[in-house]
Design a protein around this ligand. Sequence first.
Ligand code: SF4
Length: 65
Amino acid sequence: MQDMKIGVDRAKCAGHAQCYALDPDFFPIDDEGFSVLRDHDLEPGEDSLARQGVAACPESALFIV
Ligand code: SF4
């Protein structure tokens, strides 16, 4: 399987914290609610959570490549 990466476009993130509400460890935010997710490769089994986060973000700031 090809490696998949998750990341966030910080310019689009508006601090809704919808991603954080799904899983605070996987989608960390700062004190003001903005995502501080670092681009990283998904571990096996994380793709479902990653897709849920992408779907939950109202600004389309999260992406999977
Ligand atoms: S849901 Fe989207 S806009 Fe909201 S904090 Fe997460 S990445 Fe940012």
